[in-house]
Each structure stands twice: as C-alpha cells, then as structure tokens.
Design a binder for this molecule. Structure first.
Ligand code: NAD
Ligand code: 89V
Length: 350
C-alpha cells in the first residue's frame, strides 16, 4: 500500500448486518478509516446509529454527501436499493462498496459497473466470506503448494439455523438460497479454484413456510479442469450445526485440505496428515455463532479502505463480483432448464 492519510467513511443503511460494519469501521479508526456520518431512511435507526457511534446522522444519502466530505461510502442496504444508491455515488465521483447481493438481476449489476466506469468511480462489493480468517488460512495452504494443484473441491454451507429471525425478508424473497448465501460459496469456489466454464444446478424448496428455494446443489467445471460441488441450504437438520461456517474439502495432486466445524483443519501432504485449528478470534463486539462472519467484516472493510486509499481495485471489485454473480444467474437458469449452463461474460462498453 502506498498512500497514507485518513479516509472519511459514510455508512448507508443502519440495519441488522450494518451494525457489524459500524463496529468494524470503529476498530479501523487508528488505521485511518474515520467513520464520519451514518444514513438510514428509517429516522429511528439513523438516530440510534448516530448516537451510538458519535457521528452525524441523516435519512437521505444525498443530503449526507452534501453535508459531509465522504471519501468512501459503505452501502449496507438491501439489494433492491444498490443500483440507485451506487448511481448517486458514481455521479458525484464518490467511491462506494455495496453489500452482497450486488443487485437483484445480472442487468442491474452490469448497469452499476458500467455507470461507475463511466464516472471513473471506485466500486467494490462487500463479499466477505473469502476474507474470513479460516478461508485465508486455507488459501495460504493452497498457495504454498501444500496440496499441489487443486483438482476437486466440495464447498458446503448447510444449516438449520433460524436465519429468518434476524433477516425476516429472506422468507419472502423470490430467489433465496443461491442469491443470498450460495453467492458467497460460489465466490469461494472461484477464490480457491478459479473461473468457471460451465455449471449445473438442482434446487429444492424443503420448508413449506417460505417462498423460494432453500436448498441448492451445484456442480461446476472450472477453466483449470477442476470440478467443484457447491452446496447451500437453510433446511439442514443436524446436531452440532456449523452455522455460519463453510465446510471445505479441497483435493490436489499432492494432498488435500479439509475444513470442518469449529474451523478445524486437516492437511494431508506428502502422504502425511496434520490437524490444526484456524479459528477466528472473538472481538469486543463479536459473539458466537456470528463471530467468524463479524470478524470477516473487519478484514473486508480493512481491505476496501486500504485498496481505495492506495488507488487500487479491491479483490472483490464490482467487475470481479460480476463473475460471481454470473454463476448465481447460471445456477438459476440451469435449475429452470435442467441443463448445464455457461456463465455470462461481461465486457466493458468503453
Ligand atoms: P436490514 O433490512 O436489516 O437493513 C437495511 C437497512 O437499510 C434498513 O434499516 C433500511 O431502512 C435501510 N435503507 C434501505 N434503503 C435505504 C436508502 N435508500 N437509504 C438509506 N437507508 C436505506 O437488512 P440486513 O439484514 O442488514 O441486510 C443488508 C444487506 O446485508 C443485504 O444485502 C444482505 O444480503 C447483506 N448481508 C450480508 C451478510 C454478509 O456479508 N455475510 C450477512 C447478512 C446480511
Ligand atoms: O451471510 C449472509 O449473507 C446472510 C446469511 C443468512 C447467509 O447469514 O444473509
């Protein structure tokens, strides 16, 4: 990282998950990320966040940008507002990070990226699973060549945790498990095994009380020749539920790395097996079982802040996240047509 100095952070959306963003930005203040204003269209939530974190609060993002010189916007509203808010930021030349899902459709996502490019505005997506401590540890094991070249993987996110209590809107979504959590696991599959040539998907709706699919089983052929299986469900009924952890089995020509519940890892290399624990520490504001996800927010926010300040793209830039979102859309198309699908490709208009 080359640039130094501070960056004023503006938080848009002060709801359920944004509390983790707000706490993470507060932890990053000594490193130069200065939470400077919050905004929520719900006046009570805006006021509560402003009071708790000691910054001015607004109910309109435009008015916040008029009043406070924000360097980086962190937009943690839900996906139906991302295109509108990102367009406002881009038109003002303000850098923005938007939470996942990027947007409700591929077309919306492409429009957000094209608009940011048109205005030369820095844009990223807060896709935090790959920034988690355990995932970074597994990536380091792979990048060190410990298991050779990865050729097969199973990435499994299976829970019966009541996700609907904290996020009641999930029960009403027209597209659910792939768009909400499959998107994270598909991004991890890209992170560990690279880009995808084709994908097949089966979905199920196993909970009669919700509107959309709650279970997806996806198989992918990566450009490297590797094959991955991506699984996601909110309908698992298992003792010792791993929520919100992703289980991994990654095999290469030199060994394998298995990540189990509790962030326990088994590494096999040169015919020998090793056990270790790669756990996420508890922070002053994190609590089980969300602590790994919450800590991933801290690492993600640090990455966004440092890359923006250095004038570099984020690993999960808007353009990068289009490759993950293309897998989401391909999965839904495959489930609807019962055939393998090649993910859409985005090419810059300019
Ligand atoms: P939420 O409904 O609890 O909070 C969203 C907030 O945004 C609300 O308070 C709402 O009033 C506010 N808002 C909406 N439109 C606005 C606007 N135009 N201007 C200002 N404020 C506005 O939702 P949530 O559960 O916190 O989820 C928010 C996003 O975070 C979703 O996209 C969700 O998928 C994502 N999320 C990510 C993770 C993760 O990164 N692992 C986990 C949970 C949720
Ligand atoms: O992490 C997320 O994106 C949440 C989930 C319910 C999967 O925890 O939406």
């Amino acid at each position: 990282m080359t640039k130094t100095g501070t960056v004023a952070i503006g938080m848009v959306g002060c709801g359920f998950y944004a509390q983790n963003h707000l706490n993470a930005w507060t932890d990053l203040r000594p490193e130069g990320a200065i939470l400077s204003a919050v905004c929520d269209r719900d006046p009570a939530r805006a006021a509560q966040a402003g009071a708790k974190f000691g910054v001015p609060h607004f109910t309109d993002m435009g008015k916040m940008l008029d009043a406070v010189n924000i360097g980086l916007l962190d937009i943690a509203t839900r996906m139906d507002t991302h295109r509108e808010l990102a367009a406002i930021a881009a038109a003002r030349g303000v850098a923005a990070v938007v939470q996942k899902p990027f947007a409700p459709t591929w077309e919306d996502c492409v429009a957000i990226v094209d608009t940011a490019r048109k205005h030369k505005a820095w844009l990223a997506v807060h896709e935090n699973f790959r920034f988690g401590t355990a995932m970074r540890a597994v990536k380091k094991i792979i990048d060190q060549g410990t298991i050779g070249t990865p050729s097969w993987a199973r990435l499994s996110w299976r829970t019966g945790f009541d996700v609907y209590r904290g996020q009641p809107y999930l029960a009403e979504e027209e597209k659910l498990v792939i768009q909400d959590v499959g998107i994270h696991v598909l991004d991890l599959a890209r992170y560990f095994l690279g880009e995808v040539d084709r994908l097949s998907c089966e979905t199920q709706k196993r909970n009669p009380k919700i509107r959309a699919e709650d279970t997806a089983t996806i198989m992918m052929r990566h450009s490297s020749g590797a094959v991955s299986v991506v699984e996601a469900t909110y309908a698992a009924r298992r003792h010792d539920d791993p929520f919100p952890e992703t289980m991994l089995e990654i095999e290469g020509d030199g060994g394998s790395v298995i990540l189990r519940k509790g962030e326990k890892v088994t590494i096999t290399t040169q015919g020998l097996g090793f056990e270790d624990h790669v756990g996420s520490p508890l922070l002053s504001w994190t609590s089980r079982p969300w602590h790994g996800s919450q800590e991933a927010v801290l690492h993600t926010n640090r990455h966004m802040f440092e890359r923006f300040r250095a004038g570099l793209p984020a690993d999960t830039s808007g353009e990068d996240n289009l490759k993950t979102y293309a897998l989401v859309e391909a999965a839904y198309e495959s489930a609807a047509t019962h055939r393998a699908v090649r993910p859409a490709q985005w090419t810059p208009r300019d």
